[in-house]
Design a protein. Structure first.
Length: 117
């Protein structure tokens, strides 16, 4: 078994997040569960995870949230501003995100995270 920690940024109210957590547990993976809305990531941590995902800050935003529009965010918003918005308003972060070592994946669909293992 790997000594690399697995973490899931989890929202217990989200069905995809619950499905992803169950999928991991069914495969014997016991991730550290972080309710990212109660314990939001820091800007540095969010930056690291975005790099691990291989995407942009805008790619992990929940663009259908009313807050996204209310804050005037968009694809042309500077990355540091988007990251600051996600730190201040973690509900804007797409969920769930599974982090395994230096790699990460968004669980949409949940099976997508299995590529990390």
């Amino acid at each position: 078994m790997s000594s690399v920690e697995t973490v899931i940024w989890h929202n217990p109210r989200c069905s995809k997040s619950r499905q992803t957590l169950s999928l991991l547990q069914e495969r014997g993976i016991d991730p550290r569960v972080v309710d990212y809305q109660k314990t939001p990531p820091s800007a540095a941590e969010l930056t690291r995870v975005i790099a691990a995902l291989g995407c942009t800050a805008h790619d992990i935003l929940r663009t259908k949230e009313t807050l996204y529009r209310d804050l005037g965010l968009g694809p042309d918003t500077a990355a540091d501003h988007l990251i600051a918005a996600m730190v201040a308003h973690p509900k804007l972060i797409e969920r769930p995100i599974v982090i395994h070592g230096t790699r990460a994946a968004i669980g949409r669909p949940p099976e997508q995270v299995l590529d990390l293992f």
